[in-house]
Write a protein that binds this ligand. Sequence first.
Ligand SMILES: [Zn+2]
Length: 346
Amino acid sequence: MGPPIIESLLRPGLIPVKRRAVAAHARRIFDRLVKSRPVNSKSPLPAEVRVIERGWLNCNQIVLRAPGANVLVDSGYVSHQDRTVALVEAALEGEALARLINTHCHSDHMGGNAAIARRYGARITIPEGEVRHVVPWTPQSVWMERFDQRAEEFAFHDTIAAGDSFDAGGLEWQAIAAPGHDMDALMFFNARHRILVSGDALWENGMGFVWPEAGGHPHIDAAMATLSAIAKLDPAVVIPGHGAPFTQVAKALATAASRLKAFAEDPAKNARHVAKALFIFSLLDKGRMAVAEVPAYLARVAYFGELNEQFFHAPPESLGEWLLQDLMRSGAVAVEGGFLRATAKA
Ligand SMILES: [Zn+2]
């Protein structure tokens, strides 16, 4: 069981997020809780579990080593697939890869599936609920065109569902439903070492964005329930889809929960967050974009128009202005010679 304070924070209505002082107080309590908990911060992961930390365009690759039965979790974004294969080869030290399992089928987690299949002929397993997103394969059915994202079509061999378990790295992993960022996502938990492979359900400082909705917030509710499920698992270490593995799990849960609560109270705030996240993702994919091209880009990619129509109600030309100002103020982008680039690691 997680510390009771997590449970109470995850219950809706308890954090008045607009009163930052209360949230800060909760954070201090969490910090104390976390500090008082013994963790082996030097090597929280067994040697069989190797994490290839990538950036924000490519998710992390997790290589679970076992003789003759190496398993990879998630394959990165399509445009960096050669680098992904090279990194996986290095982590495998010349051994073969038996299986690739995806936490979810977003473009930054399955974009390298085809390349990994070509290199290793590995068995590819995707979450059962993701099948409808990738079969049939069309740019639209996998929702990428709408967001200006890409992936390469891949064939999968079987599926995995919540409640299933699998062996990897000589350890048993249980698949657990992780709806929210992706309603069909899974996370994987090893009870012996209390390791959670969280995908985009929980990062050290947040989580994958959650779709905004004009009425109600089913995705946010689902994401909250997933955080609650994570608190109950009480992982000693979380290997997130992006960023380094971390042991201060209670703190991460509190951060994610308070953000979700703020988004539930202000859907437009969430919509702005999603617009920024998608734009930065595209910028990481492209490398750079002419500042002068931003308004035309936002007009061309359907989802930005949809967000504007539903949440911002701004004249289309002011959308780019707001986005650029906001991203520059936060340091998420830098401008050089009339070109925009993301400051985050791809
Ligand atoms: Zn991701």
